[in-house]
Design a protein around this ligand. Structure first.
Ligand code: KG4
Ligand code: ZN
Length: 325
């Protein structure tokens, strides 16, 4: 079995996965959303302190599995430095005390493998990752062959939802709150410009849209107008993704496509991507809703592949790296 730890942002999670069968034997996550909600976003120092409280509590529940552990895996990059270090320190202590090797997992690769929890992998696959920290398109052939073909030049898709929700005083995380508000709104009411629509670049940008939404929020007479702003924003934020993907598909038609990351839970995005894939007859893979946002099950799933390839780290090598690459 492998014990895996995730603490890259505001979720403390630990999983136990059986190597041979890929079965998830244990998974527990303590989310800090409520604590950060009052600040309208994640406060890194607070997040680190909450991980220091939550992770040992979850670990105590894993004690019955300790004797069967063959490795300990931990998210080592990318993420918030002060929160990554909480998980990595715990993983090092487990590695030393149980005498088992340590596996450092990339969080973004974790999101890719959230598609395959308790399942076999299906590659090659074109993957759109939309989370709070990233918006990127990847061409994935295997664990060791992942090419990033497009990414955001500034804010991410999920982050723009968080910022719009903050402008409206709705709380954090903004994605589910904006999705709920947008349900009864008019998507055509505000004619926000689709970012980079005149640019030949296959890349993403959300800072301009965010500022356009800010002006609309400031102009609104009262919060009864927010639902139309939310709906129009969600529509344009999604249209930006589908427009660039359509362009990419012209030269790289997808046979299999997936959306992963916290914001892949967005229902409007899912429906628009389904439409986009129809002419290509491409298979669409989605993670189960409970594994879209950060979790340790996906880290454990990657760790199985890495264990089988002996991709271990020494205690000195495994260090946190806040950046993606
Ligand atoms: O993957 P994740 O849990 O954490 C990171 O690795 O960043 O993603 C969290 C992000 C937040 O920005 C959150 O607002 C967004 O995913 N999110 C959504 C939805 N649910 C979560 N964004 C849009 N629509 C949703 N339904
Ligand atoms: Zn994530």
């Amino acid at each position: 079995m492998i014990l895996s730890i995730e603490s890259s942002c505001d979720d403390s999670a630990i999983a136990i996965t059986e190597i041979k069968t890929k079965k998830l034997l244990f998974h527990k996550k303590i989310s800090q959303e409520l604590e950060h909600s009052v600040y309208g976003g994640v406060v890194p120092e607070l997040a680190a302190r909450l991980h220091a409280e939550a992770l040992p509590k979850i670990l105590a529940e894993c004690e019955p599995y300790f004797k069967d552990l063959k490795a300990v895996a931990v998210t080592s990059s990318p993420g918030l430095a002060v929160t990554l270090v909480e998980g990595v320190t715990m993983a090092k202590a487990i590695s030393i005390s149980l005498g088992i090797p340590i596996i450092g997992v990339n969080h973004l690769v974790g999101h890719i493998y959230s598609l395959f929890i308790e399942k076999e992998t299906k590659f090659p696959c074109t993957i759109l990752l939309v989370s709070g920290g990233h918006t990127q398109v990847m061409q994935v052939n295997s664990l060791e062959d992942i090419q990033t073909v497009a990414k955001s030049m500034d804010d991410s898709f999920g982050e723009s939802f968080d910022k719009v929700a903050k402008m409206m005083g709705l709380g954090y995380p903004g994605g589910p709150l904006i999705q709920e508000l947008a349900k009864d709104g008019d998507r055509k009411k505000h004619n926000f410009t689709i970012p980079l629509s005149q640019s030949p670049l296959i890349a993403f940008s959300y800072s301009g849209l965010k500022n356009a939404v800010r002006l609309a929020v400031e102009k609104a007479k009262d919060n009864s107008e927010y639902k139309d702003i939310a709906a129009s924003f969600e529509h344009i934020a999604t249209a930006h993704l589908t427009q660039k993907l359509k362009k990419y598909f012209k030269t790289n038609p997808p046979k299999r496509f997936a959306i992963v990351g916290g914001a892949s839970a967005n229902l409007y995005l899912r429906s628009q991507i389904e439409e986009l894939l129809k002419p290509h007859n491409a298979e669409l893979l989605l993670s189960e809703l409970k594994y879209c946002s950060d979790n340790a099950a996906m880290i454990g799933r990657v760790a199985i592949e890495m264990y089988e390839k002996n991709m271990f780290k020494s205690l000195d090598d495994i260090d946190i790296s806040p950046k993606s690459s």
